[in-house]
Ligand binder design. Sequence first.
Ligand SMILES: NC(=O)c1ccc[n+]([C@@H]2O[C@H](COP(=O)([O-])OP(=O)(O)OC[C@H]3O[C@@H](n4cnc5c(N)ncnc54)[C@H](OP(=O)(O)O)[C@@H]3O)[C@@H](O)[C@H]2O)c1
Length: 255
Amino acid sequence: MRLLDHKNAVVTGSNRGIGRAIVEVFAKQGATVFACARTKNTEFEADMHGLEEQYGCEIIPVYFDLCDSEGLKEGVKKIRGRKLSIDILVNNAGILSEYKSFMMMPIGNVRKLFDVDFFAQMEFTQLIGRMMQKNKGGSIVYISSIASMDAFFSSYDYVACKAAINAAMKQQARELGKSKIRVNAVAPGIVRTDMIEHSDQDHLDSILPAIMLQRFGTKEEIANAVLFLASDLASYITGQVLRVDGGTNPPRANW
Ligand SMILES: NC(=O)c1ccc[n+]([C@@H]2O[C@H](COP(=O)([O-])OP(=O)(O)OC[C@H]3O[C@@H](n4cnc5c(N)ncnc54)[C@H](OP(=O)(O)O)[C@@H]3O)[C@@H](O)[C@H]2O)c1
């Protein structure tokens, strides 16, 4: 018996980075996965097909841009069309804006980041959450960031947005608990994905001494924490932010 046998999951940002690792760990544990990506792409479909063959599960690609409300609704319609109950939602997709100080940050940049990293996720969660309410249960996991607590390594828009995710998550956990829906967040530390590819590498390395384990995390380590919260192993955990950061110690870090 695998941890996610007979479970159906929806994961956003499935085509690369942490989202791709979450899809793989879910597939390995037997879930049927609706793998959401922004653009239809044969390379992505071949990759998902490879995972299906490797782990003997079903992966259904679904395409929409999170910021296109109509497209997002079409995506949900496609998911609903499969007539499967949805047990797990992982709100993973997101962007990081180019670093700017608070005083130099154009407000338009902040709105753009909130559109992707907050508003679209709320809209998507409402739609998938309604499906979970009908099934009388589910687990929702947001991918937050330790930036939300430590004002860490990024501009204030990202810090504020991820803090808003944590707060929204907690309120949703309170509201949806009576429908047996658990809502939690994983807050990763630094993980080398495309998202931080353009960051100043010297600055990145200067953070290492502030991490108790003296290294950055891997996508798989974040995915394993998401798996735990998504699965029945975490059946009495809701409204929590789980830091997965190797023991990153803000007071020692130079950011
Ligand atoms: N990497 C880190 O150090 C780190 C640390 C803390 C938290 N996080 C969080 O972890 C999550 C995943 O990050 P990552 O490092 O894996 O980033 P990534 O490699 O840059 O991947 C981002 C994913 O989000 C998707 N996405 C972005 N905008 C979208 C939109 N408008 N509609 C649909 N999909 C969209 C991207 O799709 P495309 O390929 O189409 O662009 C991609 O699949 C994010 O929420 C991020 O904030 C990351």
